[in-house]
Design a protein around this ligand. Structure first.
Ligand code: TYD
Ligand code: MG
Length: 462
């Protein structure tokens, strides 16, 4: 039998199959398989050496580890503090950075601002390649953002072999590809955005980045499941994966490191979309708490940790007698099942009769958080709304709640207490076992700590 020269790819997750399938076994989506020609990747097989040490020279040989130049000092600061932090201190030469996010979230804006910063003071040569917008459209956006210097060059092109030759000729230090789904290699017959195109294009860019020692940003659109459209494979190929997320209707945006070969993935950057582009939010807690109602029942401030960064957030709950046989429960910004579980704990352990009540829980500001440290805050907000008694404005709460109604420890309590004190909170309700870890903060900051062992202790404080 002749060997087949086509293969079916799921356009959603990149799953490969020898025959057409109705439903993808990988991501469970329907009707996503498309037949594509099998191509031997040119970029991936043609001279694969790209170690910075020999700069992609044709002869490849082993080198002594200690003799390899350390690239840490060479990091190029983008001078957008929030981005530098997520990147682990700046751009590493010869790296490939994928920026993913929903359409319209602000990826192009962010990268254009990166270009602006890179070219404004320390004239770095930057090439911005767009396959989505015309020069005019980019110019309109640039006019909103501000002044640009001559070191930034624009190119509207989707053919990667032309792009490759231009990059090789002009050797810019930083290149932006907006977006990978519009790029295509001539050798591959399938349409731009298909799995084999995206894979091959990325392989080619990877080779360019490593060989020439330039930093390449790739923009990738995200599917509704939240993975980069088409191929998860893309995430394995690049050095750094950043996701730009946030509610399109809210102004704030969060840049999150998902993978980073040159730093930790625990950091987030917070931005706000304004009429002049993205503005860094250096104090997210203050931003999240702006507009918090005073003396309202069902509103509690909790402290969550994003990586190593504490953020204060308001949890709101609304509990009231249901008019229907089947009460409604809803959670916005946090896990629905977790809220149900916590309500069950409240009923069973504290005897609050909420079986016939509608309950709504909302994290103000539009953040989406599943951290267990929010448990105590959620429980207190629900109880506060149920009893119609407000929790003091100067109290913050954090702790995990177990099924027997015990309050369990959380990570880095001292950091959380410090952040609370910084924003003027005077009392902190936290798991009793965390008290010792915060002893120093109490002495220094004069914040009052109330350690609780069980849910009952906490609810009695309302
Ligand atoms: P964009 O960067 O085009 O998103 P993406 O590249 O991720 O698809 O940003 C699109 C949104 O940002 C658009 O809806 C308008 C808004 N925006 C502002 O609010 N202020 C600004 O200064 C700019 C440039 C865009
Ligand atoms: Mg865009």
């Amino acid at each position: 039998m002749a060997k087949k020269d086509t293969i079916f790819y799921c356009q959603n997750c990149g799953h490969e199959a020898g025959k057409w399938l109705g439903q993808c076994p990988g991501c469970r989506e329907w009707n996503t398989f498309v037949e594509e020609k099998i191509v031997k990747s040119k970029a991936a097989y043609k001279n694969t050496s790209f170690g910075g040490a020999n700069g992609g020279a044709s002869e490849n040989k082993p080198v002594i580890l200690t003799e390899v130049a350390s690239e840490n000092e060479e990091r190029l600061k983008t001078r957008i503090e929030e981005l530098d932090r997520v990147l682990g201190g700046g751009l590493v030469p010869g790296s490939l950075i994928l920026v993913g996010g929903d359409p319209g979230i602000g990826k192009s804006t962010l990268l254009l601002q990166v270009c602006q910063k890179l070219t404004s003071k320390v004239k770095t040569d930057v090439l911005y390649i767009s396959g989505e917008e015309s020069l005019r459209q980019i110019k309109i956006r640039a006019d909103r953002i501000g002044q640009f210097s001559d070191s930034l060059k624009l190119l509207c092109e989707t053919n990667l072999s032309i792009i490759e030759s231009i990059i090789r000729k002009t050797t810019p230090s930083v290149v932006v590809i907006d977006s990978i789904q519009t790029m295509f290699c001539e050798e591959i017959t399938s349409a731009p955005g298909s799995v084999s195109q995206v894979k091959e294009s990325t392989a080619l860019l990877l080779k360019l980045a490593k060989g020439l020692g330039i930093t390449i940003f790739i923009v990738g659109h995200v599917t509704k499941e939240g993975t980069v459209a088409g191929p998860r494979v893309l995430e394995h190929m690049v050095d750094t994966v950043l996701y730009f997320e946030g509610d399109r209707h809210a102004a704030y945006r969060i840049l999150r490191g998902v993978k980073n070969r040159f730093g930790s993935t625990n950091e987030i950057g917070v931005f706000e979309m304004q009429s002049v582009g993205l503005v860094e939010v250096l104090n997210p807690s203050e931003y999240m708490l702006s507009g918090k109602p005073k003396e309202a029942s069902g509103s509690v401030v909790a402290c969550l940790l994003e990586g190593t960064r504490p953020i204060l957030i308001e949890i709101q709950a609304l509990v009231y007698q249901s008019n229907f046989g089947m009460p409604r429960r809803q959670a916005t910004g946090t896990d629905f099942n977790r809220v149900n579980l916590l309500m069950a704990v409240l009923e069973k352990r504290l005897g609050l009769q909420m079986a016939s009540c509608d309950a709504y829980v909302n994290l103000a500001g539009g953040l989406k958080i599943a951290e267990p440290a929010l448990d105590l805050g959620i429980v207190m907000a629900i109880a506060s709304s149920f009893k119609n008694r407000a929790v003091d404005d100067k109290i913050i709460v954090f702790g995990e709640v177990g099924l027997s109604g015990e309050v369990r420890s959380v990570s880095m309590p001292a950091l959380r207490v410090k952040e609370a004190a910084k924003l003027g909170f005077t009392t902190c309700i936290l798991p009793k076992v965390c008290l010792n870890a915060c002893a120093e903060e109490v002495k220094k900051l004069g914040i009052k700590l109330i350690g609780v062992e069980s849910l009952r202790d906490a609810i009695d404080l309302i």
